[in-house]
Design a protein. Structure first.
Lengths: 151, 151, 151, 151
């Protein structure tokens, strides 16, 4: 287990705010991705293998692993944003290290550098029963403050 | 329309090989992504908006756009590989430029640099009725030759 | 020669502003990098091989190629920013495609997506006498408006 | 101080091999970058601020920080390669987190995933007297075995 970052959230109600926004992502429901744990500046997501999201070798498609990594980065960043912020992904980079051939996955993200406008996060996907990383992401998230865009 | 690259395929039967591998990706069926056109070193994919793949603002989730971009890069690269090769994604980087709020998407990829082991590709996602790019990807693909891994 | 993008600059004096900022980069002088041509949303830089910037195989070090690509992206973006803006690099990604073993290099950048806060650019390095790309970059640049930071 | 990875080197003489290759990089001498510490799968580099490598705000140019990060990634990877291997950078991605305005820098890299052909590394640049990260890199390195290319 990696060390958790120690950030002070700007919004004391960050936990509820993150879960509400996450629940509003239809894609997370479809992928079967759920929050297993979260704190200020970090989050753990989990999901089960689903045959309908495999690529040609029977592994989970890199895009689905990316979707989980991206959501993890987004909500790790979002947890440190102010109450009136929406979060958008600016960019991310994924390195695929090993085949995604597990039965269940744990995707953990943490904030590397919070910022008023831009936040940089890192995330790792691995089998939920431990083992070596399957994929790592570095991503940049943007806070839209009082933009009228829903969280 | 961007210019198509002009590569000579090593496998004259590349078109059939690409389509067969693409059809073996359950994730592409689930996302509703299909091949609209392909040639040596390039491919066009298309897919419709589906509510089940949206994020919290109602746009298509970045992970799904990435899945399409990644598959496009992978098959653009695969089209130039030898008959006995399998293709794996090494890494990719996505910049999200505009909200994915179209009804139908066109995702075009082309090989920037083919190689015996590594191939670099670029891909762009946009609304299928034209307009500005929604997201761009640069990715590195790896050929596994006679690996026993299915194409 | 790639097509040039067609942007309308917000600052009619962008050419002078870009050149003044570029001249203030000591690193560009040290690397021998100079502007050969520029317009709204694009720039061409050139530099000669220097033995003092080689890696262990005698090629130009990837960091120096990156410095040129990064400056090219930065100034392509800066040309579209307002008069009171400073430009900072948020992130970039480089794919190294071929050895940097030329006598002289041409590094061309163009804006893919301009923005009030963030601008995305692409750049390519190649031998100045033509030939295939040596390296490609995608980068994100940020405008700091009225920040007190010098341009 | 981050935990060091625990890898078993394939070449017991890796320390000498890494230092010999590093010394052959003219660019490292020019940038004043030297090895402060190394082990199997990790390396620490250090260098002093030099005015000749600044950008327009007086900070060290991102390209020079990248050169140090890239070399760190390259030699962390190289330390785990076989005796008859040369190392080439395939690609890297840098996020610039804070201004490079220190007097001396510490750049630390470690292998995330070693491989026979491809190795993935992460690196961090910070002020040598501690403090928060200035830049982080994720990079992919390639082993060329018995290629005739010097190490």
């Amino acid at each position: 287990m990696m060390d958790r970052p120690t950030f002070t959230p700007l919004d004391p109600d960050y936990d509820h705010r993150v879960r509400a926004s996450f629940d509003a992502q239809a894609a997370m429901h479809t992928f079967g991705i759920s929050i297993s744990s979260l704190g200020p500046g970090w989050i753990d997501l989990e999901f089960d293998h689903q045959d309908q999201f495999t690529q040609q070798h029977g592994f989970i498609h890199a895009g689905v692993v990316s979707a989980a990594l991206d959501s993890a980065c987004g909500y790790a960043a979002f947890s440190l944003m102010t109450e009136n912020s929406a979060v958008l992904t600016v960019e991310y980079k994924v390195n695929l290290l090993r085949p995604a051939n597990a039965q269940r996955y744990l995707v953990s993200a943490e904030v590397v550098k919070p910022g008023r406008t831009l936040t940089v996060c890192r995330a790792t996907a691995r089998s939920a029963d431990g083992g070596e990383p399957i994929a790592v992401m570095t991503g940049t998230l943007m806070a839209l403050v009082d933009s009228g865009i829903q969280h």
